[in-house]
Design a protein. Structure first.
Length: 183
């Protein structure tokens, strides 16, 4: 079955078809959310909310309105992330920040987290909308058309934002190498 056929069957409340769609996208949507929350349990919760909403609203999906079904799912995920941060409390537990297990190599964990933090800090110097486009393009491997549908910006604008910010990243070669290591 093609993806479109699976969607059409899911719109007829065929649960098996929806589970096949779920299997196709669960990892991508989870990674998309995780890269914006950096918290495994939050990413898992939000991912389940995305698929629950997709299941509820599958009849509202129209292939003529979206380039791909994945764009529709990413838009739901993006909205869930926005809602999460709007309602988020600023209280942070130290255990959640470091997420260190007792049997881990503490120095290695600290070194890795420091490198990730450097990349994260650099990317956070970009405008929020530019950062989103960079992350969607590099980490989530989304096409410019998909990014355009998620952000409501033109394809050309997304390309310009990406290329200009990539130039800034390339000017700082150390961070560019680190970014490439995490892709």
């Amino acid at each position: 079955m093609t993806e479109l056929q699976l969607i059409e069957e899911a719109q007829k409340w065929n649960n098996e078809s929806f589970w096949k769609i779920y299997d196709l996208y669960i990892e991508k949507i989870y990674n998309f959310i995780y890269l914006k929350t950096y918290d495994k349990s939050i990413a898992e919760d939000l991912t389940s909310e995305v698929f629950f909403k997709a299941f509820e609203k599958i009849n509202q999906y129209k292939s003529q309105q979206w380039a791909q079904f994945s764009s529709w799912l990413y838009k739901i995920a993006y909205n869930k992330i926005v809602d999460y941060y709007k309602s988020k409390k600023e209280e942070v537990q130290i255990d959640n920040v470091f997420d260190l297990s007792d049997d881990s190599d503490l120095l290695s964990d600290i070194d890795n987290k420091t490198k990730v933090k450097e990349v994260y800090d650099f990317i956070n110097t970009l405008k929020a909308e530019h950062k989103e486009i960079i992350i969607m393009r590099l980490w989530d491997n989304l096409s410019y058309k998909e990014i355009s549908e998620i952000t409501w910006k033109s394809v050309d604008n997304c390309k310009k934002i990406f290329s200009r910010n990539l130039k800034v990243i390339n000017e700082n070669i150390t961070l560019a190498i680190l970014i490439l290591l995490f892709i």
